[in-house]
Design a binder for this molecule. Structure first.
Ligand SMILES: *Cc1c(COP(=O)(O)O)cnc(C)c1O
Length: 232
């Protein structure tokens, strides 16, 4: 392999896949039930393409403008772009053309804007509700107590599918510390499943430093940036 921007990517991808497998099987889970969302924010398109060639199909981005320029040249049909950053209502119209899933739905106003814009463009969208489990002030996401109300609003919009929940754990040195954040998101999902009758199959939780613990607590989608692509 020639030296280039994707040097080391293949090795890091293999390491991550192995760690996902170890964490899943150790928890009595099928490793196939865990999808790695390759978080490509701030990284160039060439790295996305290299990751695609290594088998990654879901890519996480946090800014609509960056998505627009990075994916001007469309990805292959089986690739998926997930918006994982906060979404302002004035960016909704653009966002729904560019992404397959919005993981950061955290307020009614956003759902109302989606309800208005999706039918206009003849589009549908998968969404996750982002929940601020840890209660940190600077984190986006709804309060756990508010998630049920958001599920109800989403269910009223035919163009929206509520596929589950997303959370970000606080930044800590020892990932074990944030285990309760992940178990609480899983418990909240069970509560909302009973409340709504929806399957809510997706638990998007776990990042580079804490994905092993998140998998042990039931994560179905780990969002991994630095451990795959390198430091930003
Ligand atoms: C940046 C980001 C990630 C990935 O973080 P890494 O530490 O690079 O793995 C995951 N989720 C969200 C919401 C992010 O903004």
């Amino acid at each position: 392999m020639t030296y280039g921007i994707s040097t080391g990517l293949e090795e890091r991808a293999a390491t991550i896949r192995q760690e996902v497998e170890v964490a899943a099987t150790g928890a009595g889970r099928d490793p196939g039930g865990v999808t790695v969302v390759a978080v490509s924010k701030t990284f160039p398109r060439a790295l996305v393409d290299a990751a695609y060639d290594l088998g990654f199909r879901a890519f996480g981005e946090n800014r609509v403008q960056e998505i627009r320029t990075k994916f001007e040249q469309p990805l292959p049909d089986d690739a998926r772009v997930h918006l994982i950053g906060p979404l302002q209502t004035n960016k909704v119209r653009q966002a729904i053309r560019l992404v397959h899933r919005i993981e950061s739905v955290d307020r009614v106003a956003l759902i109302e804007t989606l309800a208005k814009e999706l039918p206009k463009q003849g589009l549908r969208c998968s969404v996750l509700i982002q929940v601020n489990i840890s209660g940190e002030q600077q984190k986006s996401g709804c309060e756990p107590e508010g998630a049920g109300d958001l599920v109800r609003h989403i269910m009223e919009v035919p163009e929206l599918t509520c596929d589950g929940l997303m959370t970000m754990a606080p930044y800590v040195d020892e990932p074990e510390t944030v285990r309760p954040v992940f178990s609480r998101l899983r418990e909240l999902r069970e509560h909302l499943q009973q409340l709504s009758g929806l399957a809510l199959p997706v638990l998007s939780m776990g990042m580079s430093r804490d994905f092993r613990v998140a998998i042990e607590e039931g994560s179905t989608h780990v969002r991994i940036g630095r451990a795959l692509f390198g430091e930003r």
